[in-house]
Design a protein around this ligand. Sequence first.
Ligand code: PLP
Length: 449
Amino acid sequence: MHRYDERSERLADQVLAYLRARLELDPVPLDHGADPDELNRLAPSLICEEGNDAQVVLEQFAEILAPRVISVDSPRFLSFIPAAPTKASLLFDAIVSASSLNGTSWLEAAGVIHAENQVLRFLADLAGLGPGSGGCFVSGGSAGNLNALVVARDVARHRGRLPSTRRPRILASAQTHASIANAGRILDVVVERVPSRGDRLRGADVAAFMEHDDDPASVFAVVATAGTTNAGLVEDLDGVGRVAGELGLWFHVDAAYGGAALLAPSVRDRFAGIDRADSFIVDPHKWLFAPFDCAALLYREPALARAVHTQDASYLDSIHETGAWNPADYAYHLTRRARGLALWFSLCVHGVAEYRAAVESALELAQVAARKIERHPRLELVLEPELSVVMFRRRGWAQRDYDEWSEQLLASQIAFVLPSRWHDEPVLRFAFLHPLTDEAIVDEVLATL
Ligand SMILES: *Cc1c(COP(=O)(O)O)cnc(C)c1O
């Protein structure tokens, strides 16, 4: 199993041939789901004492399992938040695996951490977080949000800001991602939805809430979202950040989806005030075209995070002795995949200009789609798109009509577009991100409505 013998040689040929074929797919087919009975029948377990010929196992994967996955990297995948990793990032991810790169500590992995930190620096500079900022890559936006809020809570506690008798609270908005509520449950803190007059949280909403609240001392953090997942709206980062600063609250910016648009001059001004963040996350596995799983977690003052997250088992002391940068110290993980490296490679190869153009192309397509929807006799644009999400409705349709249409659209392999909800009404939603999603695909979808 561990020698590079004849069997390994054959395996390498088989696996690399599959890899090449997957990379060559143009376009990546959308494919479909499956029910558990079908998969039990078609893909019985191959796990046994004697093992199998690799070709047999690969065939089960290639012919049965892989086509029963809706391809998130298909240009026709327009639901949730799609993915579109660059070829360079996918290929380098294979190198990361083949090299067993572990990005835990400087002692073990200086070269790797050096490269990952260059990417984090690039992202921190995009947000204007300042030269002292830093952090690490974690598995996703959910992990990033949780890790940041742990620091926010412990820092508040350490500074004696939190009353000991009541549950601490975080302020968020109605549009905040579900992972924040989940983080609240894990941390046993209350996530308070601040009412806002519009569809995005503003500084004035936070100020008014705090002014009329009967227990403001239990609030320790405010979360603003830069690119809400459902509607693609950027909340008022400048206003919320300013009020948070005045009240001494931790300001966390969740830019898991939208953060990539910091690259795009056409919308950069929407992010004004993001530089006020105490912590900030962006998911390169979304709109920065990196493979799963990759989220950047950045802190304005990383020393605060280090004090909270460092694991101080005695056998780890030699890691800490040097004072070097250990990614393990900035989140609740220890061993970690060097998951920032695929992005590092791709960014270095393609250059920032290509990334900027790819992000701009999705923003532009959102505008083009919005205008087409406005001109469509049966459709209604729900919101003017701010980033690359477009929400619209079909006049006269109820939830069931949307559901049936969506199923049919996938069955015909035209696109994967799930209905969503907006102000308690069913709506349709395009999430654009893939640079190969084009106007022709949008036209094909709109023609079915
Ligand atoms: C996707 C998303 C998350 C969660 O990120 P994961 O990588 O899926 O864990 C959090 N916040 C926002 C705004 C998102 O769009």
